[in-house]
Write a protein that binds this ligand. Structure first.
Ligand SMILES: [Zn+2]
Length: 67
């Protein structure tokens, strides 16, 4: 899936789950591994960002259903 297409369903607060290892990226927490500060939306992650657990590309992530 093209990340830009997926971004249509991703809001600034949307958490996304890696479909390879089930790691969840939470914008409220950021990503210590890649030194992404808390409050960073998934869509604002660096282009080289990968899953910190399994090294999957960002397009392997799927949005979690909101509450
Ligand atoms: Zn992963």
């Amino acid at each position: 899936m093209n990340p830009l297409q997926a971004a249509n369903r991703i809001h600034d607060h949307t958490r996304l789950e890696c479909r390879i290892c089930w790691y969840v990226y939470d914008p409220a927490q950021g990503d210590e591994v890649e030194q992404v500060p808390p409050g960073t939306p998934f869509t604002a992650l660096p282009a080289h960002w990968r899953c910190p657990q399994c090294d999957a590309e960002a397009d392997k992530f799927l949005p979690l259903e909101e509450g």
